[in-house]
Write a protein that binds this ligand. Structure first.
Ligand SMILES: NC(=O)c1ccc[n+]([C@@H]2O[C@H](COP(=O)([O-])OP(=O)(O)OC[C@H]3O[C@@H](n4cnc5c(N)ncnc54)[C@H](O)[C@@H]3O)[C@@H](O)[C@H]2O)c1
Length: 262
């Protein structure tokens, strides 16, 4: 798999899964633009990539702000002439504001939908004409197993990620004739900074729900487990794959079924 001469934008690429994806794409030869709200971690990832001989640029971007997204796309084209790959990774659940639906607030709903779903609309809308005009492009959206099976206490997040999966399928149907592919990768629990920052009380709750056990491996995935598939889907090795959603969650989407003998 090689991504030489390809330019990629990775949203939220400054840490966690996005950091893994940015590094992986760069390792395969892509120039990577890290589009993130927080510049300091994004600059660290740029330094990581440059230290390996790669090319990267950090651009302050808020995916829930269309002007900010359009500016990032314009700057990327100005600087590197093209955008071949877009990875919509920025997002997450409403950490610290997670609740049962019966206790939920509208502003939390707006925040979660705004970042996870409308953010994907903004970035795709900003790059799609460019990709279609060039007759070349690969978009990889980061969904979640929550969007496939629904997770309690994360009704907003589940709805947003379910929307991302349907968005992926619908957009792929419009863009295949322009050779622009759109796919989705839906992780289960990943050992990212976000995972580690879950408050102890919530962790206990998650443990009670046997989140780790539900993967069948007894532990969370690593960011690289997600990044490997993203890099493949971004590359021409996946040239006949579009409109698909790939869970990377062990067995979590299949439900727990303990075999005889434990
Ligand atoms: N960690 C998990 O267990 C898990 C599971 C399933 C899906 N996911 C999804 O994977 C993606 C990455 O998750 P993570 O755990 O690495 O998250 P994270 O919180 O560790 O990192 C998210 C990054 O996105 C950036 N970001 C947040 N809001 C942004 C915005 N509005 N505009 C631009 N950048 C923004 C943050 O600065 C941060 O660098 C998210 O879409 C998340 O929903 C994560």
């Amino acid at each position: 798999m090689q991504l030489n001469n390809q330019v990629a934008i990775v949203t939220g690429g400054g840490r966690g899964i996005g950091r893994g994806i940015a590094n992986k794409l760069a390792d395969h030869g892509a120039t990577v633009v890290i589009a993130s709200t927080s510049m300091e971690p994004a600059q660290i990832v740029v330094a990581e990539i440059e230290a390996k001989g790669g090319r990267a640029l950090a651009l302050q971007t808020d995916v829930s702000d269309f002007d900010s997204v359009r500016q990032t796309v314009a700057t990327t084209i100005e600087r590197f002439d093209q955008i071949d790959i877009l990875v919509n990774n920025a997002g997450g659940s409403a950490r610290g504001r997670m609740s049962l639906f019966c206790d939920s607030e509208e502003d939390t709903w707006d925040y979660v939908l705004g970042t996870n779903l409308k953010g994907v609309f903004y970035t795709c809308r900003a790059v799609i004409n460019h990709m279609q005009d060039r007759g070349h492009g690969s978009i990889v959206n980061i969904g979640s197993v929550a969007g496939m099976i629904g997770l309690a206490s994360q009704v907003d997040y589940s709805a947003a990620k379910g929307g991302v999966i349907a968005f992926t399928q619908a957009l792929a149907k419009e863009t295949s004739k322009h050779n622009v592919r759109v796919n989705c990768v839906s992780p289960g629990p990943v050992s990212s900074e976000a995972g580690r920052s879950i408050p102890p009380e919530m962790r206990k709750n998650l443990a009670m729900n046997a989140l780790s056990e539900s993967t069948g491996f007894g532990h969370f995935a690593e960011p690289d487990d997600i990044a490997n598939l993203v890099a493949f889907l971004a590359s021409s090795d996946a040239k006949f794959i579009t409109g698909q959603n790939y869970p990377v969650c062990g067995l979590m989407n299949l439900g727990l079924n303990v075999p005889l003998g434990g």
